[in-house]
Design a protein around this ligand. Structure first.
Ligand code: FES
Length: 168
C-alpha cells in the first residue's frame, strides 16, 4: 500500500487501529476489512444514501468519507444498532411496518431516522421527510418507510419515557 497510514477509530463500540491509504472511502474499509455489509454500495457518489453510517452520532455517507478523516471518531453501522434478538427501536418499527421491498435502501433509511431521533426525539412530519429526503428507494416503498419512521418516533419516545420512569 503506497502512502498507507495508521488510523485509530472506534467501530461499533470497539476501539481499533487500521492501516489504510487515507483517501480510501470508509465504505470500502467497513465492507472489505470489517466485513460489515449493512452499509451498501449504491452510487458511490454520496447521492443515494445506501451507504449511510453514524459518525459521532451524525448520519454520513460512507462512500464519500475518506477514512483518513476519521482519526478519533466513532463509527456505528447498522450492525451496531441492534441484533436480530434485540433490534433497535427503529429497526423494530421498520419490521412492524414491513417497510421494505428489495431492502437495498433500508440501511440508509434506518440510519437517517436513528440520527434524526438522536437530535429530535419528537420529530414533525417535515422533520421526518427532511431526514429521508436524499435517500433513494427504487422500489417506491416510500409510504411504508414514512409509516415506519413515524412509528419509530413513537416507540423511541415510549422507550425513553419508560427508561425515565425506571430511573425515578
Ligand atoms: Fe454512498 Fe450512494 S453509495 S451515497
Amino acid at each position: 500500500m503506497n502512502g498507507a497510514i495508521e488510523i485509530d477509530l472506534t467501530v461499533n463500540g470497539e476501539a481499533t487501529r487500521i492501516t489504510a491509504e487515507p483517501e480510501t472511502p470508509l465504505l470500502y474499509i467497513l465492507r472489505n476489512d470489517f466485513r460489515l455489509n449493512g452499509p451498501k454500495y449504491g452510487c458511490g457518489l454520496g447521492e443515494c444514501g445506501a451507504c449511510a453510517v453514524l459518525i459521532d452520532d451524525h448520519a454520513a455517507r460512507s462512500c464519500a468519507v475518506p477514512v483518513g478523516a476519521l482519526s478519533g471518531k466513532s463509527v456505528i453501522t447498522l450492525e451496531g444498532l441492534g441484533t436480530a434478538a434485540a433490534p433497535h427501536p427503529v429497526q423494530t418499527a421498520f419490521i412492524q411496518n414491513q417497510a421494505a421491498q428489495c431492502g437495498y435502501c433500508l440501511n440508509g433509511m434506518i440510519i437517517a431516522i436513528v440520527a434524526l431521533l438522536k437530535r429530535t426525539p419528537s420529530p414533525s412530519e417535515d422533520d421526518i421527510r427532511g431526514a429521508l429526503r436524499h435517500h433513494l428507494c427504487r422500489c417506491g416503498t416510500h409510504m411504508e418507510i414514512l409509516a415506519a419512521a413515524r412509528s419509530a418516533a413513537t416507540i423511541y419516545r415510549d422507550e425513553a419515557q419508560s427508561v425515565r420512569e425506571d430511573l425515578q
